[in-house]
Design a protein around this ligand. Structure first.
Ligand SMILES: [Zn+2]
Ligand SMILES: [Zn+2]
Length: 161
């Protein structure tokens, strides 16, 4: 069976990327940091091993923030228009990334596994049917199938290095 291939890019069109395979997990995060960094209700992050993403065109730039956990949160952007394309979070370091699903050419091809940080959710936002939701974060063992748990654990082990 061939792996899924998805492409996406920034707002100005200078940067295009390709990502291979299905994500390990996908979060729709309503935390205050995601609200501020996107100017929106929430963000949809699809997490992959970093080697699954390939830049086809354009140049990247980076900004570093302090993550909710206190570690470095690196946002990778198109260097021309500064659209945020993906992030490296402290837990997985540079080995993993959270792709901003809204930058995919077909963002509807990815469905969140969980809706998280409902304690910060804007009060008028309705929750989707059939997707587990949590006040803060969740235990991935309760949500992810075995094969994806194993991919996540392999990445977390690498990140601890
Ligand atoms: Zn751009
Ligand atoms: Zn968040």
């Amino acid at each position: 069976m061939s792996e899924a291939i998805r492409e996406g890019g920034c707002g100005c069109g200078a940067t295009k990327y390709r990502v291979t395979g299905e994500p390990i997990f996908v979060n729709n995060c309503h935390c205050r940091q995601c609200q501020q960094q996107t100017g929106s209700t929430s963000v949809v992050n699809a997490f992959y091993e970093s080697e699954r993403i390939e830049v086809l065109n354009g140049d990247l730039s980076e900004d570093q923030f302090v993550a909710g956990s206190g570690g470095p949160h690196v946002i990778v952007r198109c260097s021309a228009c500064h659209t945020a394309l993906w992030s490296h979070y402290p837990r997985l370091g540079r080995h993993g990334l959270g792709l901003r699903a809204g930058t995919l050419d077909d963002p509807g091809s990815i469905t969140p596994d969980a809706v998280i940080w409902l304690q910060d959710k804007m009060p008028w936002v309705a929750l989707p049917d059939g997707i587990p939701h949590f006040d803060q974060y969740y235990d991935f063992r309760e949500v992810l199938p075995q094969d994806r748990q194993e991919r996540l654990l392999a990445l977390a082990t690498k990140a601890k290095g």
